[in-house]
Each structure stands twice: as structure tokens, then as C-alpha cells.
Design a protein around this ligand. Structure first.
Ligand code: ATP
Length: 349
């Protein structure tokens, strides 16, 4: 079984294990988050908390790069004024959760000089009887080339490790293919083949529709707990979370997705096994579970929330941090780009 990307049988592990970064043990860790809203508890448990852990555990020589991927957000329609705010809020949230701008490079990907028309519509030829429900306005070149843009980000820093959710598995595989094919065609090993680092944390689901994941961009604001939510907002959102009419509490993602999601949230915040947590609630009801989830969320979010608002009160400082991050990121990507130019014959040796 593959332990790297899909946890089923695939060739990825075999195919890449022999070539992946054996000669150099220095890690370059890169990941990104879209500025589509203030990060929610799903982003935190599923990705951001892991980034902070990797920062804490990194060797002095390792490089960590985290970016707010503004170009990727443009693959879907955005309100420009709202995006400007959420772009800054996302950056502030990364610092607020404990990413250190001195230790890690934290930057806005959209500060890179790219003129990239993500919203170019795809012309689709359809016959008159086609009744399919494809929303043509959503199909654009940005969506089509989303993984290529992601690969460009990953490879620009010669990344060796990419911590992402399992939804990104295929994208990273494409990235490795692109790196390998460039290396082969130039008879060089410029790009390491980046390894995917999966977070064992479970996916957090919407509080209102547990068939969907918790999302920054879902219309119902009560479906997510934001890193900035205050105590009363957390309490009201958890009180209104969809569960089921069965008595007691048990972990069963098929039959009881809403209840199981609350248990996953609780276990995630406590960093405990979800089955062990569920066992403690087997003789209790939804009311007791919701009270405890509320308390644990409040405890988890108290510090980052306070730090977020402290940072947001000083936009000049945040801008200086973002500029510094962009400058450091640019230095590395320009070096890589010069090497690429040399290899393909656009620059003298
Ligand atoms: P949106 O929430 O707007 O749909 P998204 O989920 O695609 O955006 P990203 O900004 O792309 O969010 O995600 C940043 C990281 O957070 C990714 O590594 C992704 O796997 C993780 N993530 C996003 N949503 C969840 C969730 N509900 N549970 C766990 N991890 C999540």
C-alpha cells in the first residue's frame, strides 16, 4: 500500500522513492493557503497547525516557505474589496497562529510579477440537447491550469516537502511529473521531486451540511468556525450545528456525520484519538458534547484570536512583514529562474 499519497495501491511511492532527495537531507518546505476568507478551524486543524509544528521541528538548515496564494483565489469569482481584506487577514492569521516571519518566509504569492489571465473563459462546444448542469461561467483557464500554477510555486523554491491535505494529492503528482520531465529534458537534476507530507488530521465538515467540508467560501457563515470568532459566536454556531435524532453520542461517519464531525473537532483540538474521545461520551448526549466542543474551541482559539487582532491593529507592521517575506521569496525564485534560463538556452552560462 502507498503510504505517501493515496493510501491505496499506486506506483507513486515506488516510482519516486529511488529518486526523491536522497543526496541532500536539507528540507525546503513549501505550502500555501488561498485568501478566500479568514481561515477556519478546518484549515487550522487540517493544515496550519501542522505548518507551525514543522517550523518547530525543522533543523536549523531547513527552509520553510508559506504563501497566501492570491492568484489561485482568482480562479473563482471574487469581490475585489472583500478579497483585499481577506488577503490581509489571511496573512495576519498565519503570523497569529505562530508562524515566525524571521524563521519562515511568509509572503503573498500575488506579489510575484505574473500576468496570468485565470478568468479566461473556456469555450465549450455543446449540442443543443445537452441538458448537463455544467455552469459555464465557472470554467476558466485558471481552474484548468490551477495545478500548473501550484507546481510553478512549489518548484520555484526547489521544494522538497509539501504539507497539504489529501485533496491535493493529484496536484502534487503532476508537480513531480513536471519536475521529472524538465530534469530529463535538460539532462540535469535542477528540481528535487517534492514529497507530499500528509496531515493525519481528519477533514472537518460543514456545521450545517456535514456532507460537505467546512469551507471559507461556503455561503452560510454559520457553517464554519473562524479563527477570529468570539466566545459567543462559537457557542451559537456549535449550538446550531446539525447532529441527528439518535440518542447518545457515537462515532459513525456514515450514519452520524454531524455528531462524528463534532467528535472530530473535539479530538482534533485535544490532539487525541477520535475513538478514545467518543468512548468518553457514550453515556452522554449531544448537549454535553456541544458544551465541551465550545469550551475546547474557545481554549484553542483564544491566543491566536488575540494575536490576530493585535496584528491587524497595525497594518503598517503587517505590510512590512509581507514585503520582507516577498523580497526573500523573490531572491530564491529569481535564482531558480536564472538556472532554468541557462539550462534551456535563454541565458549564457
Ligand atoms: P475553501 O475553504 O474556500 O474551500 P480551501 O478548502 O480550498 O478553500 P485552501 O486555502 O485551499 O482552502 O486550503 C488550505 C489548506 O487547508 C489545504 O492544505 C487544505 O487541504 C486544508 N483544508 C481546507 N479545508 C479543510 C477542512 N475542512 N478540513 C481540513 N483541512 C482543510
Amino acid at each position: 500500500k502507498c503510504t505517501k499519497c493515496c493510501r491505496v495501491s499506486c506506483m507513486t511511492t515506488k516510482r519516486y522513492a529511488s529518486t526523491a532527495n536522497k543526496t541532500n537531507s536539507r528540507k525546503v518546505i513549501f505550502s500555501g493557503i488561498q485568501p478566500t476568507g479568514v481561515p477556519h478551524i478546518g484549515n487550522y486543524l487540517g493544515a496550519l497547525r501542522n505548518w507551525v509544528k514543522m517550523q518547530r521541528e525543522a533543523e536549523p538548515d531547513d527552509q520553510l516557505i508559506f504563501s497566501v496564494v492570491g492568484w489561485h483565489a482568482l480562479t473563482l469569482p471574487q469581490d475585489p474589496r472583500k478579497l483585499l481584506q481577506t488577503r490581509n487577514d489571511t496573512f495576519a492569521a498565519l503570523v497569529a497562529i505562530g508562524l515566525d516571519p524571521e524563521r519562515s518566509i511568509i509572503f503573498h504569492q500575488d506579489q510575484k510579477e505574473v500576468l496570468y489571465f485565470t478568468r479566461t473563459r473556456l469555450a465549450i462546444s455543446r449540442n443543443a440537447n445537452d441538458e448537463s448542469e455544467v455552469d459555464e461561467s465557472m470554467l476558466n483557464t485558471g481552474l484548468l491550469t490551477y495545478p500548473v500554477l501550484q507546481a510553478a510555486d512549489v518548484l520555484a523554491y526547489k521544494t522538497t516537502h509539501v504539507p497539504v491535505g489529501d485533496d491535493q494529492q493529484q496536484h502534487l503528482e503532476l508537480c513531480r511529473d513536471l519536475a521529472e520531465s524538465f530534469n530529463r529534458s535538460t539532462n540535469n537534476s535542477l528540481f528535487p521531486l517534492p514529497e507530499t507530507v500528509f496531515n493525519p488530521a481528519k477533514r472537518i465538515l460543514s456545521l450545517k451540511d456535514p456532507s460537505a467540508k467546512m469551507s471559507k467560501s461556503a455561503r452560510d457563515e454559520n457553517s464554519r468556525i473562524l479563527l477570529t470568532d468570539d466566545t459567543i459566536t462559537i457557542r451559537n454556531k456549535i449550538r446550531g450545528a446539525v447532529t441527528d435524532s439518535l440518542s447518545g453520542v457515537s462515532y459513525d461517519t456514515e450514519a452520524r456525520p454531524g455528531t462524528s464531525n463534532l467528535l472530530t473537532l473535539l479530538a482534533g483540538c485535544l490532539d487525541e484519538d477520535v475513538h478514545a474521545v467518543a468512548e468518553r461520551y457514550k453515556d452522554k448526549g449531544h448537549g454535553a458534547l456541544k458544551i465541551d466542543v465550545t469550551d475546547v474551541l474557545e481554549e484553542t482559539l483564544r491566543e491566536p484570536r488575540a494575536e490576530f487582532f493585535r496584528l491587524r491593529a497595525d497594518p503598517g507592521h503587517l505590510q512590512a512583514l509581507a514585503d520582507k517575506g516577498a523580497e526573500r521569496a523573490k531572491e530564491i525564485s529569481q535564482r531558480t529562474l536564472a538556472e532554468v534560463r541557462r539550462l534551456v538556452g535563454l541565458l549564457t552560462e
